[in-house]
Design a protein around this ligand. Structure first.
Ligand code: MG
Length: 156
């Protein structure tokens, strides 16, 4: 069994859709990024690549590459799944903590989990998504960013 950790943070800005785990969440601001800014999928991709011993998302999809401008983050997940398959591994479980002051994510949690599972080709029971606030502290607490921590477990 192998484990990997992932982390990501993106700025919240006006005029962008907020997409988490492939789900569009109603909010006046969205995540800024070269791609669609899906901080959850990015952290999970890094966790999966970490567990596979396959580097990180930037190795496969450099943000300087115009091909990934505005990219749907599902493309990055496809890359991670390919790296896992190439090493004859498979994803056993994904766990993540989304750190966001606003919007409140509890009502979207299961939808985000189900969509994330689908994107990674997993059963919903193989994914767990948690949401935390920063109790008003720092840039996340001021609603200027959303971060995500993730852990992936891979098996042979
Ligand atoms: Mg990112």
């Amino acid at each position: 069994m192998r484990t990997g950790i992932g982390y990501d943070i993106h700025r919240l800005v006006a005029g962008r859709p907020l997409i988490l785990g492939g789900v569009k969440i109603p909010h006046p601001k969205g995540l800024k990024g070269h791609s669609d800014g899906d901080v959850l999928l990015h952290a999970l991709v890094d966790a999966v690549l970490g567990a596979a011993g396959a580097g990180d998302i930037g190795v496969y999809f450099p943000p300087t590459d115009p091909r990934w401008k505005g990219a749907d983050s599902r493309v990055f997940v496809e890359g991670a799944r390919k790296a896992v398959r190439a090493r004859k591994l498979k994803i056993g479980f994904l766990d993540a903590v989304i750190v966001a002051e606003r919007p409140k994510l509890s009502e979207h949690r299961l939808k985000i989990r189900d969509r994330t599972a689908e994107i990674f080709g997993l059963a919903p029971e193989q994914v767990n998504i948690k949401a935390k606030t920063r109790e008003g502290l720092g840039e996340i607490g001021r609603g200027q960013a959303i971060a995500c921590f993730a852990v992936a477990t891979l098996t042979r």
